[in-house]
Design a binder for this molecule. Structure first.
Ligand SMILES: [Zn+2]
Length: 324
């Protein structure tokens, strides 16, 4: 299948294609060639984003071609390849395909658009195991979860690990361990909360830990659920990104094209979130991720059949949206 072959071509440039690097440039050049072959006129905007347009392109689809150092072949690239395939299958439709710069380290490019479309649809690999668990190839994304991050510091006292009786210790890591369990228990329903980084001082095998810093990453579908989660965990977030709800014609088009498809909220940020925040009616289509939904990893995988289904659905949705 051509889409699969193109994903391999992008991956062959480099596994790590950092935003605004020569590797990302090379991926954009490759995509520009495919856009020309699909009958699109290309230009690059001030933010370095690549656009392929046909006619009065008010409806856009696309994603990103930058990648993390440990990347697989599908994250971002699948959405670009699928959008170009869809544009080629709809030769009469005024459509735009966009390749955003530096999604993984921002998103940066999608925040630097000099114009906005009337509607945007992004196809993306799920980056999780939900669709595979449901036995469904495709899912409609109704929004992006809100996210808070922060750090909590536990102060104890450094003591000799051999000479200090257990009841005479003030062990900061034991206190932090209790907190880690509370973080896990606080995430109810669809909310998720993670301690992914721990710093132990002095971090020596024979010293009772004196000071421990733990990170907290907490995400939920609505502002109210995020408030509840933060309160249940009991920490002061250092940063907060509000949830984004998708809406309008793109969401309606996906629902019309995929009746009964599962609907989910993305736990990860995407360029689509940036466009939705800017007021563009936006939706996303997720393609089932195999291998347990592993993401940012070489084992990241969607089957050829599911990729084909995704391109079919994206094409049908864009066809509806681009109707005059
Ligand atoms: Zn991505």
């Amino acid at each position: 299948m051509r889409a699969t072959h193109r994903l391999h071509e992008i991956a062959a440039i480099a596994q790590h294609r950092a935003g605004y690097s020569p590797e990302e440039d090379a991926a954009h050049e490759l995509a520009a060639g495919w856009m020309h072959a699909a009958g699109l006129e290309t230009h690059v905007d001030a933010g370095g984003n690549l656009h392929g347009r046909r006619g009065d392109a008010r409806v856009w689809s696309g994603s990103h071609l930058d990648s993390v150092p440990t990347a697989g072949r599908f994250d971002g690239a699948l959405g670009v390849v699928a959008a170009i395939e869809a544009a080629e299958r709809l030769p009469g439709a005024p459509l735009g395909v966009v390749v955003f710069r530096a999604e993984e380290t921002g998103p940066l490019g999608s925040r630097r658009l000099d114009e906005l479309p009337a509607a945007f649809v992004e196809l993306h690999i799920e980056q999780g195991p939900v669709l595979a668990g449901l036995g469904q190839a495709l899912g409609i994304v109704t929004g992006v979860a809100g996210q808070t991050r922060g750090a909590v510091v536990f102060e104890g006292r450094a003591d000799h690990a051999g000479t200090t009786p257990m009841d005479a210790r003030d062990d900061a890591l034991v206190a932090a361990a209790t907190f880690v369990l509370r973080v896990r228990e606080s995430a109810r329903g669809s909310a998720v909360a993670t301690v992914g980084a721990v710093e132990v001082e002095p971090n020596a095998v024979n010293v009772v830990p004196a000071r421990v810093t733990v990170s907290v990453d907490a995400r939920a579908r609505t502002s109210a659920e995020l408030d509840e989660l933060v309160a249940a965990i009991g920490f002061e977030p250092g940063s907060r990104v509000e949830p984004v709800a998708f809406s309008g014609a793109p969401l309606a088009a996906l629902r019309a094209v995929l009746p009964g498809a599962p609907e989910l909220v993305s736990g990860a940020g995407h360029d689509a979130m940036v466009l939705a925040e800017a007021g563009v009616p936006t939706a996303m289509l997720f393609v089932r991720s195999l291998n347990g939904g592993v993401s940012h990893h070489p084992d990241e995988l969607s089957s050829d059949e599911d990729v084909a289904r995704g391109i079919d659905a994206l094409t049908a949705a864009l066809d509806r949206l681009a109707l005059p």
